[in-house]
Design a binder for this molecule. Sequence first.
Ligand code: SAM
Length: 270
Amino acid sequence: MTEQCQPPILSHKARKRFGQNFLRDKNIISRIIHALQVQAEDAVVEIGPGQGALTGALQARAGHLDLVELDRDLIPRLQMQFGLGNAVQIHQGDALTFDFSRLARPGQPLRIVGNLPYNISVPLLFHLIECTAPVKDMHFMLQKEVVDRMTAGVGERHYGRLGIMIQYHCHVIPLFGVPPSAFSPVPRVDSAFVRLVPHQRPPVPCKDLAWLERVVQAAFSARRKTLRNGLKSLLDRDELGQLDIDPGLRPEQVSMAAFVRLADYLASRS
Ligand code: SAM
């Protein structure tokens, strides 16, 4: 049986539009904190602290903690609980447009953490991999299906744009699954906790990232079509053949290395 946290000090009605499923299971919270191994020299950023299920433990361990929370109604509570010391800064704002590079601290790569709002998790992951500040690692609670997409390799059912672009930037390590009962309100989906560690160098470096994003997006927006048909606005079957890519393949059969070859070719041709 799982142990549940005490009810919150200030009452707050969870808002669906902000993806508010608050963590309630103390065992899961401990596993998260244990997985993070926060050290006194760490600069931690928590996205969506909500009612502070993780925040107290992060504050107790980190040298510096930045909190980014969209819901204005939760800010006074966060200020009351965590805002007094100068080692914690609270930013009311939208993580989707937040400039995380402004939190960069000399000699302290950021450690980004969050039980993310599931309704915006995919665009938020894309926003975060574009962050130009040095990032040591990122740990997120996500919908399990999103973690499956992030970790899928070529030929697997969940392989697609999200996995290719995330794996281009980061090593993705799924840590453990989390049942719906760990949250309140209880979500309809299973969750998983995942670690992302940015690569020093991408596994297959690409000359022009914008072209990689464009060609991957074009291929997977026509997932059922062969490359010859799905990419016909960008290149023809002879060009695919010259790049040693079978024009009859479907996008889920195309490796990251082949997408990088396509992107490099399109960049050099334009
Ligand atoms: N960390 C808390 C926990 O584990 O109980 C709350 C997690 S809840 C799933 C997601 C949190 O993200 C909520 O506090 C919500 O208000 C906040 N949030 C939603 N959209 C956001 C956004 N665009 N930017 C920043 N925070 C957001």
